[in-house]
Design a protein around this ligand. Structure first.
Ligand SMILES: NC(=O)c1ccc[n+]([C@@H]2O[C@H](COP(=O)([O-])OP(=O)(O)OC[C@H]3O[C@@H](n4cnc5c(N)ncnc54)[C@H](O)[C@@H]3O)[C@@H](O)[C@H]2O)c1
Length: 295
């Protein structure tokens, strides 16, 4: 008999709700528990999600407390403060690190064997905080990392090269956010290395264009914030942009989360260069490192 998968999502806000929907879409028969500081919000999400999922997949949703996360295979953390105008993701580290430690103290009691997926920002730093706090094997704590940045990159390259985004394999690497970089030498288009594709098709991607693509990926988070803010201002001209912005911000992340969870991918071991930059950030927020600082 196939075991029914159980996913606990802590944080039933915009990201948590979207993640729940795409998980239900990706994993037939999955059981999804939504937990939030505001139980009413989780209950509202569950009602809405159950109606949406009824049309295409069977999934079981419930709003609960930490005891309902018992034996969850996966815990997804989307709870916490978001980046506000004028803030960087790192500015959230202090506040969200405290929130996340309290959350995982609870989830680890009820779901000791779960794999953790961390979306709350700064997601890479907080994944390390969870890893360090719970002392789990590193393959059981996964940050959503540069998934979203990568989705933005593929969208931009698709527009520039005139090739559908799913045929483009190009990755943003490093830490989610302002410091991420493009792994140009590993990029492929329709199965060909990017440079071969460019010379075969006569298309160009100059150094200046590449720089612009990078800046656009990094800046798009701010544009998205502007777009979402525009919803409140109810300016008609901003509505389409806002809708696209929300779709890009949430759906690409949630879709990738869904895929992520379906495959239960094991990440590559953390590389030293990533680790040292994370260590600097962790020291700034006063996180506890092991005596050797090793993983
Ligand atoms: N990793 C990524 O690529 C990515 C993309 C978008 C957003 N995010 C991050 O995801 C997080 C959530 O964003 P959002 O837009 O869903 O925010 P939101 O405000 O819509 O939802 C956050 C939810 O967390 C809940 N919450 C807060 N503290 C809690 C606690 N201690 N226990 C349980 N629930 C708690 C709140 O009640 C709220 O419902 C933010 O940190 C945001 O920056 C990450």
């Amino acid at each position: 008999m196939i075991k029914q998968r159980k996913i606990a999502i802590v944080g039933a806000g915009l990201v948590g709700g979207s993640a729940a929907l795409f998980c239900a879409y990706s994993i037939p028969g999955v059981q999804i528990v939504l937990i939030d500081l505001a139980p009413v919000r989780a209950q509202g999400q569950v009602l809405d999600l159950a109606h949406a999922a009824a049309i295409w997949r069977s999934a079981h949703f419930c709003a609960g407390d930490y005891a309902d996360a018992r034996d969850a295979d996966i815990v997804v953390i989307t709870a916490g403060a978001g980046v506000k105008r004028g803030q960087t993701r790192l500015d959230l580290a202090h506040i969200n690190a405290g929130i996340i430690r309290e959350i995982v103290d609870q989830t680890s009691r009820y779901a000791p064997n779960a794999i953790y997926i961390i979306a709350t920002n700064p997601c890479d730093v907080l994944a390390y905080v969870v890893y360090d706090h719970l002392r789990l094997p590193r393959e059981r704590v996964i940050s959503t990392g540069t998934e979203l940045d990568t989705a933005r990159l593929r969208t931009l390259l698709s527009e520039r090269l005139g090739v559908v985004a799913p045929a483009i394999y190009a990755y943003m690497i490093g830490e989610h956010g302002e410091s991420a970089i493009i792994h140009w030498s590993g990029a492929t288009v329709s199965g060909m290395p990017l440079e071969s594709f460019l010379s075969r098709t006569g298309k160009e991607l100059s150094a200046a264009s590449r720089d612009l693509v990078l800046r656009s990926v990094v800046e798009s988070a701010k544009m998205i914030k502007e777009g979402k803010g525009a919803i409140k201002w109810t300016r008609l001209s901003c509505r389409t942009f806002a809708a696209n912005a929300v779709r890009l911000q949430l759906h690409s992340l949630a879709y990738n989360l869904g895929n992520f969870l379906r495959t239960l991918a094991t990440p590559e071991p953390i590389k030293d260069w990533t680790l040292s930059s994370l260590k600097e950030k962790l020291i700034k927020i006063g996180a506890k490192l092991s005596p050797t600082g090793a993983t």
